[in-house]
Design a protein around this ligand. Structure first.
Ligand code: SF4
Length: 294
C-alpha cells in the first residue's frame, strides 16, 4: 500500500501561503494514495504558471512542458503507452487560454486522461493579469477599467465538446475534491476537473470567503450526472452571461460511460498494441536498412 509520504519530494511548495493550489495538491496526493498507485506508475504532465510549479512538489514521473501544451504531451504519452496512468495539470490561463484548442480536441477524442485545472481566474505567476476565466468588470493589471469580455465556461464547453466526465471542485473543500479526483481518475475516458483555487495574492474578489458563500455540492441536491440536460443546466449556473453570482455548483456535473476511448478505437493501436511494447524494426535488422546508404 502506498502512503502520502511516498509522494513527497525534498522541495517544499513555493506557492504563496494560503494559495488554493495547496488544497489541490493535497487532494491529488490523497487520491493517488486511495487509488494505491505507485509513484513510478503515474505520469503527471504540467504546463506553465503557478500550477506548473507543482512539478517539483509531487514525486511521480513528471513532465514540465510548454505553456498551454499539457494535453498534447499527455496525449503523446498515453498513445505511446496506454497502460500508463496519465494526469495533466494546468492553470486557467494555461489550459483555457493558450491551450484552448488542445482542450477541445482532447475532449472530442475522449482519451483516457484526467485533466485537473487549477482555476484561480487570474494569471498569478505573471503578477495578476486577467485570464480567460476572470469575471466581467474585474479590475486587474491588464484591465484597469475592468474586464469587458465574458468569461469562458469550462464546464459547459467540456460537456459540449465530448468530455465523458466533467466536474468542478473547490480547493477549500479538500474532502469533496479528493472524492471527485478519485472518481475522475477511475473514469475510463477524458475527465475534466476544474478546481476553483483562490489566488490569495492577486485575486481579491474570488476569495475563499466569496466561494464559501456560494459553493454547493450538486450530489447533495439530487443531481443526476448521467442526465445530459440537467448537466447543461448546472453548467450554465456559473459563470453565466446574466451576471448572477449567487451559486457555484461543484461535484460531478456530467458522467457517461456510453462512448469508447480513443485508444480503444485507434486502428493501429488495436492491431499492433502500444508502441512502447513493439520491437523497433530498425534494431531487428539494421544492416538491411544501412545497405540503402552504401
Ligand atoms: Fe497561488 Fe496566486 Fe501566489 Fe500563484 S500568485 S502561488 S496562484 S497565491
Amino acid at each position: 500500500m502506498v502512503e502520502r509520504k511516498d509522494f513527497a519530494t525534498p522541495v517544499f511548495p513555493t506557492w504563496c501561503p494560503g494559495c488554493g493550489n495547496f488544497g489541490i495538491w493535497g487532494a491529488l496526493k490523497n487520491a493517488l494514495v486511495e487509488l494505491d498507485w505507485k509513484p513510478e506508475e503515474v505520469l503527471i504532465v504540467y504546463g506553465i504558471g503557478c500550477s506548473g510549479n507543482g512539478a517539483d512538489f509531487l514525486k511521480t514521473y513528471g513532465f514540465h512542458g510548454l505553456h498551454g501544451r499539457t494535453l498534447p504531451v499527455a496525449t503523446g504519452a498515453k498513445l505511446s503507452n496506454h497502460e500508463l496512468k496519465v494526469v495533466a495539470v494546468a492553470g486557467d490561463g494555461d489550459g483555457y487560454g493558450i491551450g484552448a484548442g488542445h482542450f477541445l480536441h482532447a475532449m472530442r477524442r475522449n482519451l483516457d486522461i484526467t485533466y485537473v485545472v487549477m482555476n484561480n481566474e487570474i494569471y498569478g505567476l505573471t503578477t495578476g493579469q486577467a485570464s480567460p476565466t476572470s469575471e466581467k468588470k474585474h479590475k486587474t493589471k491588464s484591465t484597469p477599467e475592468g474586464v469587458i469580455e465574458n468569461p469562458i465556461n469550462p464546464i459547459a464547453l467540456a460537456i459540449a465538446a465530448g468530455a465523458t466526465f466533467v466536474a468542478r471542485g473547490f480547493s477549500g473543500d479538500v474532502k469533496t475534491l479528493t472524492d471527485i479526483t478519485v472518481r475522475g481518475i477511475r473514469h475510463k475516458g477524458f475527465s475534466l476537473i476544474d478546481v476553483m483555487s483562490p489566488c490569495v495574492t492577486y485575486n481579491k474578489i474570488n476569495t475563499y470567503d466569496w466561494f464559501k458563500q456560494r459553493v454547493y455540492v450538486v450530489d447533495r441536491e439530487g443531481h443526476d450526472p448521467k442526465d445530459l440536460h440537467a448537466a447543461f443546466a448546472k453548467a450554465m449556473e456559473w459563470p453565466n452571461l446574466d451576471g448572477k453570482r449567487d451559486r457555484v455548483p461543484t461535484g460531478v456535473i456530467f458522467e457517461t460511460d456510453a462512448y469508447p476511448t480513443y485508444e480503444e478505437l485507434d486502428p493501429s493501436l488495436r492491431r499492433f498494441g502500444a508502441p512502447v511494447k513493439r520491437q523497433l524494426g530498425v534494431l531487428q535488422n539494421p544492416d538491411e536498412l544501412l545497405k540503402e546508404f552504401y
